[in-house]
Design a protein around this ligand. Structure first.
Ligand code: PLP
Length: 372
């Protein structure tokens, strides 16, 4: 690998271009470019099998899928969610006229802390929107127990959780609905794309209707749906990616293991638990740069940047700190002490298939050199 080349936090996996030509030829041949074509149907089938779920609806992106998931369940009022996520999680609530209520995260899993959820529930609460952050499973049992007790729906933002398994199979089986993102920066990508996992044929039908303007047949529109359809070219690329999913995951695991070994004994650096678990999909490589480290997180970020290594401060700022959300009652740092601290310490290091061993060693040695 050329060490002069900048190293970004992620690079999409791209199979050999020649492997994509047959898919393009088939699309040109059929002249069927979208609207639930052959590749769309095939990708739904293959993803169900790969992910171990029963019903999936493909979308043009994960954000529209989140918006539609909330529509499909008819959620209004207030929804409890995590401030430690990508801003689309909360934006999807606002696009449904729902009031977001932020609740603090657990310091180890970095997911919503079930013990804090209950005190955020009011008579207006209708659902919980947790995030499997970095692909680390939420405490799905505790969350479901709270939801059942208060008659709330649960929609998981599973944008990071492609292929993640828990003790009972796919993590995507939990909650009422789970939403995936297939954006170029995610571990399985269709350039842009997303999906909703549902658990009944009726719910899948409802979702498919909503993503297609509300059409049920050629002349019947029963609700104000949106256009959230995935095109044939995106679906075809997804089928090709899926063929390489195993090697992508194993290459990511190798990168994570090199980091785990190189970073484990550095004073003040904490490796987040998602990369220490055997079940991890290694979708991100977050570390915490704590007060025991010689320089601050931002100084380390700048130091790496000066060497053309572009780490990312996911998730900083917190969603609750953006101007449109900072005045909500639940946005105060005193309500979110753990999330506030972690947002100030977290740094996601480059991880992707093809990130060379020499690059990984270089990153580790820079982090070592800046330690006490
Ligand atoms: C990427 C991401 C989304 C949005 O997905 P898009 O496909 O980019 O619209 C939502 N939530 C989380 C946590 C994400 O990381």
């Amino acid at each position: 690998m050329n060490s002069k080349k900048p190293i970004y936090v992620t690079q999409p996996y791209l199979p050999d271009l020649k492997e994509f030509y047959p898919y393009l030829e088939a699309i040109w041949e059929s002249k069927n470019l979208t609207n639930g074509g052959v590749f769309h149907q095939q990708l739904e089938k293959e993803l169900c099998r790969y992910l171990g779920v029963e019903y999936i609806s493909l979308f043009s992106n994960g954000t529209i899928a989140l918006v539609v998931a909330l529509q499909a369940l008819g959620i209004r009022g207030e929804v409890i969610t995590s401030p430690f996520s990508f801003v689309a999680t909360t934006n999807s609530l606002v696009w449904n006229n729902i009031s977001p209520v932020f609740s603090d995260i657990d310091p180890v899993s970095m997911n919503l802390d079930p013990e804090k959820i209950e005190s955020a529930i009011t008579k207006n609460t209708q659902a919980i929107l947790p995030v499997h952050c970095y692909g680390t499973p939420c405490d799905v049992e505790a969350i479901q127990e709270i939801a059942d007790r208060h008659n709330l729906k649960v929609i998981y933002d599973a944008a990071h959780a492609f292929g993640v398994q828990c003790h009972c199979g796919s993590i995507l089986k939990h909650g009422d609905l789970s939403v995936l993102s297939f954006h170029a920066t995610k571990i399985f990508n269709t350039f842009e794309g997303g999906a909703i996992i549902s658990h009944t044929p009726e719910m899948k039908r409802r979702i498919d209707q909503l993503k297609n303007f509300g059409f049920v047949d050629e002349v019947t529109v029963v609700e104000s749906g949106i256009n959230g359809k995935m095109s044939e070219i995106n679906a075809a690329f997804g089928l090709l990616q899926l063929k390489h999913a195993k090697e992508v995951l194993s290459e990511r695991k190798q990168v994570a293991e090199l980091y785990n070994r190189g970073l484990k004994a550095i004073e003040g650096i904490v490796i987040a638990q998602n990369n220490l678990s055997d079940e991890s999909n290694h979708s991100y490589y977050p570390i915490l740069v704590t007060k025991n480290y010689r320089i601050s997180r931002d100084q380390l970020y700048e130091k790496l940047k000066s060497e053309d290594i572009f780490s990312r401060r996911y998730f900083y700022p917190l969603i609750s700190e953006f101007p449109m959300y900072q005045n909500l009652p639940s946005s105060t740092p005193s309500n979110l002490p753990i999330a506030t601290e972690i947002a100030n310490e977290v740094l996601c290091l480059p991880i992707y298939p093809g990130l060379g061993e020499d690059s990984i060693s270089k990153i580790i040695s820079i982090i070592k050199a800046s330690a006490s």
